[in-house]
Design a protein around this ligand. Sequence first.
Ligand code: NAD
Length: 267
Amino acid sequence: MTVRVGIVGCLGRMGQALAREVYGAEGCALAGGTEAAGHAGLGRDLGDAAGLGSLGLAVGADAAALFRAADVVLDFTAPAATVAHAEIAGTLGKALIAGTTGLSAEQEARIKAAAGRAAIVRAANFSLGVNVLLAVTERVAAALDPAYDIEIVEMHHRHKVDAPSGTALALGQAAAKGRGVRLAEVAERGRDGVTGARKTGAIGFAALRGGDVAGEHTVMFAADGERVELTHKAGTRQIFARGAVRAALWVAGKPPGLYSMIDVLGL
Ligand code: NAD
């Protein structure tokens, strides 16, 4: 069976990487793509835009029509758009791969509610390596006591709009889970000026921005006399697109529910 895959936000950086990945993957076919109303690229051929040559698929603005034409829709757009798309997925009972980061708790709750009526895979990071890093971080945090200060450092390209990255926050959640604490109670997000000494048990975050860095994350466990560092470096966005397509093939035909990349990869 061929899985028909639609891409919302198909002219974005991830949208284009996704189009190339869906086109080249076995077992799926591009069903079309949309862009935000008023986008200059509306009407353009999706294949031409992604460097694949003409595919006869014009970029549209009607998300519901795309969901109807697809079995699974990939969404790496913007928070409000992803909530609206999740609600369409719920109404039509179509599967959604939701990769957008920077959503508020209220927006995440609306995605969860939509997952009562549609299969949704939600992950802050779709790469295989980062999902392995999440699993390892939880185990290392469980093994090392709070004398090991946990700091999470990330770097991304200059266009990224949210900080710390969704992946850094997911790593923080994994570390907090391993330690048996709640991230919201121990997170230190950004230090400036006279902050006082570091609190024992805090999980700190630092975000660097610059150049065309696709994404780098390090989880540090720093004690007196030694330091453990776990690092993942993404060399290209294509790794996220590859994971998203793997998730799309996995989720096709699954019952409604909120799934993670850990489910997809069976980690
Ligand atoms: P981008 O700005 O290049 O692309 C976003 C696209 O979505 C734009 O083309 C925009 O016009 C479009 N869009 C906005 N609203 C829309 C709507 N209502 N309907 C259709 N299209 C709409 O950004 P990007 O670098 O591709 O990243 C997009 C999102 O994906 C960000 O939140 C980013 O953090 C996230 N991301 C997640 C992962 C992951 O693995 N989960 C990996 C990379 C990026």
